[in-house]
Design a protein. Sequence first.
Length: 400
Amino acid sequence: MAALIAGVLCCLAVFVDAFQTIILPRRATGRFRLTRFFFILTWTPWTAIGGRMKNAKAREQFYSFYGPLSLILLLLLWGLLLIFSFATFYFALGTPFIDPLGLHVLHGVSRFRTDLYVSGTTLFTLGLGDVVPHSIVARALIILESGVGLGFVALVIGYLPVLYQAFSRREVSIALLDARAGSPPTAAELLRRHGFEGGEEALIELLMEWERWSAEILESHISYPILCFYRSQHDNQSWLSALVAMLDTCALLISVLEGPASRQAQLTFVMARHALIDLGNVFHVKEQRAWSIQQEQERMPAADFDSLCDVLTEMGLRLCGDRASAERLETVRALYEPHAGALSHYLRMPLPPWVTEKRDKDQWKLLNKLRTEAEATRGQDATQYRRRVASALLHDEHGH
């Protein structure tokens, strides 16, 4: 009876966990879930090993292995638990099989070994037929397990494409942000690169795109939390840094600007913050010590604040000279930065700075310089052409 109860509980745990993880289109609830225990038991030692690596690039590469590998291990865990569950059912029935190896006459561990063998070959639908059941109940269980095995394989086949399609859609927008906000993306760089004629309209359109992107992240990553562990292809990029960079940009627009961009910034901010907080709830970051630590840390040092003021001044915006706007910025930052910091600590994904570090080779500055020189050259050529035309006309008038 104890074996039967253990098998039923184990089987139900796998079915409920797989249903909540793969099929249920909303955040799974409950503390006693296999997937939650799986992440706790695997991610914690994984980060402990990665944290000992001194080379930052090797450490990031090590973290990037966890997402795909954890998916394989989670599916393997479900399969092994299902095999164990049905094996306990057979064991509770007294191992009703005719085993050619003669194990059916033995007891204890030998019996259970036969049950595990039958359960494994049945779940994966091998159909070897070397161990024959001699009980109607056992035959019914074998048919049931075969159906569960086919369903399990079909679920995995349908699960993987959906997962990687969501990952691909996420990464396209992150890659496009590199040209608009630098790598890693920063709010100051995003505003600076939109400081051109017609830039406000382009910025509003970008904020609208990221409002939708945040909603897609909320929908896909709540349904499939394992996507949060998938890293971007480049070390300076991540879905979390992109999301926080857009929140930083919206915080600045809400605190400083008035107009259409500020209105769209409010909409994007609400959606992005919603996604950030809900994803934090998935991993219970508020229950971790990192939450209290992040609330005490200052993400914008004085040097970064001065650099931010310089960038905004170049664009004709005021922040440092307006005490009210600076206070509003701190109020808005407090709404999301502790959540972002705690999630960053848990996932080992660094948050972006407010201002891009100065680099000797800045492609954006180089392209701007080439464009400016090209425009100046075209202007000089046009002036010289007009002068040549005017001189030719004057010469024709004197000739006539």
